[in-house]
Design a protein around this ligand. Sequence first.
Ligand code: ADP
Ligand code: MG
Ligand code: MG
Length: 254
Amino acid sequence: DLILSVKGLTADVDGTPILKGLNLDVRAGEIHAIMGPNGSGKSTFSKVLAGHPAYTVTGGEVIFQGQNLLEMEAAERARSGVFLAFQYPLEIPGVSNLDFLRVAYNSRQKARGLEELDAFDFDDLVEEKLDVVKMNPAFLNRSVNEGFSGGEKKRNEILQMAILEPKLAILDETDSGLDIDALKIVANGVNQLTSPENATIMITHYQRLLDYIVPDFVHVMAQGQIIRSGGKELALELESRGYDWVLEEALGVG
Ligand code: ADP
Ligand code: MG
Ligand code: MG
């Protein structure tokens, strides 16, 4: 049940190679953590998966549910179930959070060949999902992210995830300023939304997050490649020993 298969992926930003032959297989039901030093290409990888236009794929392949992901437009990837959290951090004045969610939901429903919901039925669905993130319903009528605190934005992104039910959720947590409450919000949401049918990639350089979300696999990324993979114990080892020993063993540098 391979959801995502990445082989030899290389990508550039403005002509500079950032991803240098990345391999990763993700199966249904799995949670993968990607850790690694700053600047190793973790965020670049997530943006390449989401189809961000600033990154040019120069080689390799990415198969998502049997389809060539790299041939799909960013919006098409989202509709097919690739969700990059923190992909919509923008404030959208004049568009209510509720309307935004309904449009996103209905375009995902359409892509899945499922029924679109009218405003009334969608309200019922949202009410149910608000529980997952313990969000105050007042946030639904505010403009998307406008004036939201960092923690509220993250909660809102988990709400988006709960509503869109992605096949592959990619959480890039490396933004600074995640306090313990924001970590718990993200973790609770992810834990509730994880199922045998979907998969999650958590990108983090905080071992702390992995106290709340237990990954099946931990990967170390450096210099645009995954240079080591292991189980959840690898995260603990990285916490106590740092990254240098992995770099040295894999790349002969430290
Ligand atoms: P990480 O998330 O692991 O910290 P990033 O993927 O953010 O690493 O960055 C990897 C490298 O790519 C860094 O050297 C960074 O400066 C560069 N990079 C990433 N995005 C851009 C961009 N849009 N323009 C220029 N350089 C970029
Ligand atoms: Mg970084
Ligand atoms: Mg990053």
